[in-house]
Design a protein around this ligand. Structure first.
Ligand code: PEP
Ligand code: MN
Length: 342
């Protein structure tokens, strides 16, 4: 249920209603909006609870939340969430541009990429130090050494670091170096991991599982929000279909669909979504036209020799061209690509 407070409800009235919600055995989640404050009362729905809350001081109305996800829903928070993490701002009119290698391979490879993507206008650096690979024989990442390289690249360029965490027990370690914790597609339904990133304050980029429905993605986000971390970005990275001309199928209708249901920002990954370097730039532009709040793109100094995902990684020059195209499309749809300063 949502307890909608009257405009001008006092702090005491809000606190009182939070107490009432908790006395009923429900979890409260207060959202201070620009116009009104709402208290999401989360738990099993009982009609008598609804009636008892309705008569509370300062309460305008009590309405049921129809969506299966609660804190993630627009019903609870109609204003778009803006996630800020160092140089990265994502949401509302801010378009975040996250770029970098699939994997951190060496200091030279990562720092040269950070410099190049920053010069081209990226607002954050990506790079995997812990890699979830399909085969146990593939490169698994440099782990903490890779995280240190990312932190050095941030120190030099000022770019926020987006990097994946693949296990709940690594959240503390990765969180010491990262500005954004990436939850990979394969881990979208690793509920202990979702709770673990929900228990910290570091922003989270939650990638859609290749076979997950929209409700499943939003419920995965709900785990993080419900544990207490409000800084969640959703990421469409393509799903598995019968089609084989691309590595995955990138459904861009996801973007406006999600914007109609959630306040969380939506990022698109045209690199994994297509798996072909030639398709990345135009799908990036299409994602912005569809209303995406950010992009995450793989870039490598020498894609041919990349230890992972080289075939979908842009060269520095290709990334620069992509940024030129994306900047024009962003302008046309009223979005700004500007780095935020901490
Ligand atoms: C990645 O970003 O390199 C990655 C492994 O992505 P995904 O989890 O979407 O496959
Ligand atoms: Mn990759």
């Amino acid at each position: 249920m949502i307890v909608v407070m009257k405009q001008g409800a006092t702090k005491e009235q809000i606190e009182h209603m939070v107490e009432r919600v908790e006395q009923l055995g429900l979890k409260s989640h207060v959202i201070y909006g620009t116009e009104r404050t709402v208290i999401a009362a989360i738990g099993e729905k009982r009609d008598e609870d609804r009636h008892s809350l309705e008569s509370g001081p300062g309460v305008a109305e009590v309405v049921p939340i129809l969506a299966p996800y609660k804190v993630a829903s627009l019903e609870v928070k109609p204003e778009p969430t803006v996630v800020r993490a160092g140089s990265l701002t994502v949401g509302n009119s801010h378009l975040g541009m996250i770029a970098g290698p699939c994997s951190v391979e060496s200091a030279e490879q990562t720092i040269s990429t950070a410099r190049a993507v920053k010069a081209a206008g990226a607002t954050a650096l990506r790079g995997g130090a812990f890699k979830p690979r399909t085969s146990p024989y593939s490169f698994q990442g440099l782990k903490e050494d890779g995280l240190k390289i990312l932190a050095d690249a941030r120190a030099e360029t000022g770019l926020a670091v987006v990097t994946e965490v693949i296990a709940a027990e690594d959240v503390e370690l990765v969180g010491r170096y990262a500005d954004v914790l990436q939850i990979g597609a394969r881990n979208m339904q690793n509920y202990r991991l979702l709770e673990a990133v929900g228990n910290v304050e570091t922003a989270v980029l939650l990638k859609r599982g290749p076979s997950a429905s929209m409700d499943e993605l939003l419920l995965a986000a709900e785990y993080i929000l419900n544990a207490g971390n409000p800084n969640v970005m959703l990421c469409e990275r393509g799903i598995r279909t019968f089609e084989s001309h691309t590595r995955f199928t990138l459904p861009l209708a996801t973007v406006p669909y999600l914007h109609e249901r959630t306040h969380l920002p939506v990022v698109v990954d045209p690199s994994h979504g297509t798996g072909h370097v030639n398709l990345v730039s135009r799908m990036a532009a299409a994602a912005i036209a569809a209303g995406a709040d950010g992009l995450i793109v793989e870039v490598h100094p020498d894609p041919e020799t990349a230890l992972s995902d080289g075939y979908q990684s842009l060269t520095f020059e290709q990334f620069e061209q992509m940024m030129e195209l994306c900047t024009r499309v962003a302008e046309a749809v009223g979005k700004k690509i500007i780095p935020s300063e901490e």
